[in-house]
Structure formats: structure tokens, C-alpha cells
Write a protein that binds this ligand. Structure first.
Ligand code: CO
Length: 229
């Protein structure tokens, strides 16, 4: 069955844009010049443009299950490289979300199928912060792992050769770690971002500690030190 309603909606939308903003598509057809790159989860509830109010042409997007940045993922790395080196984006935003199914599967060891191998990367994050996570109240653990996953994926972006080389060349580019609430539509900055590797590494411990404090978790003396690397 053809998806007539979607195609009809598209025609209406394109006609409305032409009516209200003559030249909109002509301008975009010549070049894209986005200032932002978005690395997010594939979850249908987290559409990058809509929740940030960005228009076509304004954000370059890569999405996968649970917004993971794997060191050897040529798909993600190629996208980041194109955004940074060719499009010269000024900001890379890693955005996770609460209630992420991929993170939940990782936390609870749920078997999904092929994706188990992908989710293993989030279990690496879980295992890195195992002591503090296990000491936290059960009802907060998923939120915490969703936040920790963003923090660690920001680190992975910053440790990629693409970002390291760009910063080495003096390219002003800032990486951000955000999390989105599918329950309230709000974005929160996890304050792990920065515009230099040293800066991001410096903020990492504080950001991790903030996750545990905010979720009223454990009386661990030094949460960051409890992480296993
Ligand atoms: Co998700």
C-alpha cells in the first residue's frame, strides 16, 4: 500500500514553504552550511530538528541505536569527518535520551538479537561505572546509565582522530553532551562538553559525579575514582 498520506503531506509542506519563503529550496539546493552536527539515538521520539527548532540545512545528523560513538565505526566516523572537515560545523552535539531502549537492554542484560553486539558498547559504560551504579537506587539506574552513556560517547568523539586533528589545526569546534526527556520534551546539558581534549577530560570526572549526586545515589567517597577503566 503506497503511503499516500505521507506523500500528500510532503506536497502540502513543500508548497507552503514556497509560498511563505520564496527561494528557500533554491538556496538549499546550492549548498548546505550547517553550524551543528547531531549524534543521537534512532528513537522515533527524538527528532533532532524538531526539538531544537532547526530548519532543513541547519543540522547535520547521525543517529544510531543509543547514540553510540564506536572508535572503529566507519559510518559514524565518516559522518563526523565530513561535518568537521568539509562542512566546518562549529558544534558537535551528542544527545541521549531518558528511557532509551538500547540503554535499558544493556543495563538489564536483555537479549535482542544482532543488536546485542552493538549494545555491548553500552555495557562497557555500565561496567566502567559498575560500583557506583549498583550502589544507586534501582529506580534511578536507567536514568543514570542514559546520562553516563552520553558522557562516555562525548569522550569517544573527542578522542577520535577527526576531532583531535581538527583541534590540532586550530579549528574552533565545541563538543556538547545533552540528554532529552521524552516525558517532558526538555533538553539538559550534562556539562561535559568543551572545545579542547584537555578541557573535556578535565570535566569528565565532575560530570560523572554530578550524575550520581543528582540521582541521590550513593555515599561513595569518590565516585569518579570508583570507576574502572
Ligand atoms: Co534510545
Amino acid at each position: 500500500m503506497p503511503l499516500t498520506h505521507l506523500l500528500n503531506h510532503n506536497r502540502d509542506w513543500a508548497a507552503q514553504m514556497v509560498r511563505e519563503r520564496p527561494g528557500f529550496f533554491t538556496g538549499l539546493s546550492q549548498q548546505q552550511n550547517p553550524r551543528y552536527m547531531w549524534i543521537g539515538c534512532s528513537d522515533s521520539r527524538v527528532p533532532a530538528n524538531q526539538i531544537t527548532g532547526l530548519e532543513p540545512g541547519e543540522v547535520f545528523v547521525h543517529r544510531n541505536v543509543a547514540n553510540v560513538m564506536v572508535h572503529t565505526d566507519l559510518n559514524a566516523l565518516s559522518t563526523v569527518q565530513y561535518a568537521v572537515d568539509m562542512l566546518k560545523v562549529e558544534h558537535v552535539i551528542v544527545c541521549g535520551h531518558y528511557g532509551c531502549g538500547g540503554v535499558q537492554a544493556a543495563l538489564q542484560n536483555v537479549r535482542i538479537g544482532l543488536a546485542d553486539n552493538w549494545i555491548r558498547h553500552i555495557q562497557d559504560v555500565r561496567d566502567k561505572h559498575k560500583a557506583a551504579l549498583e550502589a544507586a537506587p534501582k529506580q534511578h539506574q536507567l536514568d543514570m546509565l542514559c546520562e553516563l552513556n552520553v558522557i562516555e560517547q562525548v569522550m569517544n568523539v573527542c578522542h577520535s582522530t577527526v576531532l583531535k586533528d581538527a583541534w590540532h589545526r586550530g579549528h574552533q569546534i565545541m563538543v556538547h553532551g545533552w540528554i532529552y526527556g521524552v516525558h517532558d520534551g526538555l533538553l539538559v546539558d550534562l556539562k561535559v562538553g568543551g572545545s579542547a581534549l584537555e578541557q573535556v577530560e578535565h570535566l569528565h570526572a565532575a560530570a560523572v559525579e554530578h550524575v550520581f549526586k543528582q540521582n541521590r545515589a550513593p555515599a561513595l567517597k569518590n565516585i569518579a575514582a570508583a570507576a574502572t577503566y
